[in-house]
Design a protein. Structure first.
Length: 502
């Protein structure tokens, strides 16, 4: 499996996208995703500090370090909305409040029934996670658990506020040393009091007619402006600048990245003095953190602190306008790949996932199989009907033998006799085709009513004008073909013998 894993150079591809305008005509939005770690807390700290993102629901249930947790597929409660306002307005309907306009404004998404999952409520701190822990303990003990449905007014939800801490806010410079203070509650409370406030300004629900479907579980959506604010603030922080200026040294432990063996003796005099000033519990936490970070590389430290290069996204999402545009987007990517191969930059070749293409490929294969089966049945019915038309025309020839003789006796040519029967078959085919079209149009009315009732889709069964005219033409041609042989036999009959027939 590892031999098939590809690492895309998205930095080069992003530069290519922004340097030319080829994709602009085929897309509604191009989104860049970064490994952004938003540290969000409840704004109210009167009952203690409660982190809401990354959420601590599994930790509250005691599952954070268990193998069972890895099998749980849980979506992030906080996610970024599209940069394109047109797509957002298409995907969601505002049921209260408004769309965010500032970088510190977010919206809450509920489902189509204006409900939200209890997982999201616990993750956002709207419900006490201790209650969830008690429920989980009852379930593991085989006890009955009754979950009550809780209702919230729009005003209650719109008054929800969060506080944003940055990864770098956990570290404090004390006497030239960067100290991890994430376990210091007083320090965190002080930081949260001065932290940026994130406000819920709107409540949205998914638009049922949207072409791009929203997350059905619900949650909080933040803007691209908030992402850029966090990235720029972290990148400009002192500790990040200090670490980038010292790429060979871990600025937390003071040790070089090549030294993976931690010991107190390896610390500087300032660090030892700092450790001596700590209480036993604090000392234990600091030593544990030092040991953890002793094996860190320079890249690990940057990941811990959270600086992000805006020119190097972790993922690029390209949203095509329609299916035809999707193929054009693929052509642009293939053109880029070909260009990189010609320049011997094989590392820049992009491997991508066309999710819609894979789904449509499977659906198209199934539809093709069904279509071939239906075409087979229709072909059989067309052959049978053509034979029946030929038989009916031939019977008409036999019944009108004397009439044919009279026509030949008064001067009608063989072609004239043949044209008489061909005209009859043409009229039969034309009338039959028109009747078939009228019946189809009438049947579309109840069929569409049934589909609308069962699937909620309107006007699915339709007969376009071009299709109707083509079907009438096929009906006429088939009847003509079916009547060619009988009309030819009629034209070749001997006039004398036909006049003698009764």
């Amino acid at each position: 499996m590892s031999s098939k894993v590809n690492a895309n150079n998205l930095k080069a591809f992003k530069k290519y996208i922004e340097s030319n305008n080829k994709l602009a005509d085929y897309t509604t939005a191009i989104g860049y995703e970064y490994h952004l770690d938003l540290q969000l807390f409840k704004a109210d700290t009167s009952n203690g500090i409660a982190q809401v993102n990354p959420n601590t629901v599994l930790e509250s249930m005691g599952l954070a370090n268990k193998g069972m947790a890895s099998s749980l597929v849980i979506n992030d409660v906080f996610s970024e909305m599209f940069e394109n306002d047109e797509i957002n307005n298409n995907m969601y309907t505002v049921i209260s409040g408004r769309m965010p306009k500032k970088y510190n404004e977010v919206v809450l998404v509920v489902d189509s029934n204006e409900q939200i999952s209890d997982y999201v409520l616990y993750a956002l701190g709207l419900k006490d996670q201790n209650e969830l822990k008690e429920m989980y303990e009852k379930i593991t003990n085989g006890e009955e658990v009754v979950s009550e449905v809780v209702s919230y007014s729009y005003d209650e939800l719109l008054n929800t506020k969060f506080k944003l801490l940055l990864n770098t806010d956990y570290y404090k410079n004390e006497n030239g040393l960067w100290v991890d203070k994430r376990n210091d509650e007083e320090y965190l409370k002080e930081k949260l009091n001065d932290a940026l406030e994130i406000k819920v300004v709107g409540i949205l629900k998914p638009n049922p007619d949207a072409t791009v479907k929203a997350n059905s579980m619900g949650g909080i959506l933040y803007t691209d402006a908030l992402e850029k604010y966090v990235i720029e603030t972290i990148n400009n922080s002192e500790i990040v600048k200090d670490q980038k200026n010292n790429p060979d040294k871990n600025v937390i432990t003071g040790l070089s990245f090549s030294n993976n063996d931690f010991s107190v003796d390896s610390l500087s005099i300032e660090q030892k003095k700092y450790l001596q000033s700590l209480y036993t519990d604090e000392l234990t936490d600091v030593i544990a953190k030092y040991k953890e970070q002793a094996s860190f590389t320079y890249e690990d430290m940057l990941l811990e602190l959270g600086p992000i290069d805006l020119d190097n996204p972790s993922a690029i999402y390209i949203y095509a306008k329609d299916f035809e545009a999707k193929d054009q987007v693929k052509d642009v990517i293939e053109e880029y790949n070909k260009k990189q191969e010609e320049q011997n930059n094989d590392g820049n070749v992009i491997s991508y996932s066309d999710l819609v293409g894979m789904l449509m490929s499977s659906v198209t294969s199934i539809i093709d199989i069904i279509s071939y089966v239906l075409i087979g049945f229709v072909s059989i019915s067309l052959v049978v009907s053509s034979i029946m038309i030929g038989i009916i025309t031939y019977i008409s020839v036999l019944e009108r033998t004397k009439e044919i003789g009279i026509l030949r006796a008064i001067g009608a040519s063989k072609k004239d006799v043949s044209r008489v029967f061909n005209a009859e078959t043409l009229i039969i085919g034309l009338v039959a085709g028109i009747i078939g079209i009228l019946v189809t149009l009438l049947l579309n009315i109840p069929v569409n009513m049934i589909i609308k009732h069962l699937a909620g889709v309107s006007n699915l069964s339709q007969l376009p004008l071009g299709g109707a005219l083509l079907l009438i033409l096929i009906s006429v041609v088939l009847t003509l073909i079916g009547g060619l042989i009988p009309s030819s036999l009629a034209s070749k009959k001997d006039p004398v013998e036909t006049l003698r027939s009764e």
